[in-house]
Design a protein around this ligand. Structure first.
Ligand SMILES: [Zn+2]
Length: 102
């Protein structure tokens, strides 16, 4: 987690851009992020690889179709950053996929 050097708030990663949650400060340098992101050199833009298949965490939730109790879980952020993210679930057993708005 990164913190804004101006106001100390958390730096948010949103649509591949980083900015401070409170004062909208944008870091110029690269931001350290754990895992597999690649960084476009010189531009300071962090490119996040597309989420790879089968790396989604499994959560315990009941499938509305087959009542299985385990499903893959991931979220997608809508384009306008102030809308809440959409949660997706995919049943481990029958591959049924459904979504949940917050
Ligand atoms: Zn199912």
């Amino acid at each position: 987690m990164e913190f804004c050097p101006k106001c100390g708030s958390v730096i948010l990663m949103n649509d591949k851009k980083a900015s401070c949650a409170r004062c909208s400060y944008k870091p110029k340098g690269t931001i350290k992020i754990q895992s597999t992101e690649s960084i476009a050199k010189g531009s300071g833009i962090v490119i996040i690889d597309e989420r790879k298949a089968n790396t989604n965490p499994v959560v315990q939730i009941k499938c509305p179709k087959c009542k299985n109790n385990e499903a893959y879980f991931w979220t997608l952020q809508t384009r306008s950053g102030d809308e809440s993210e959409t949660k997706f679930y995919k049943c481990k057993k029958c591959d049924y996929t459904w979504r949940k708005y917050r």
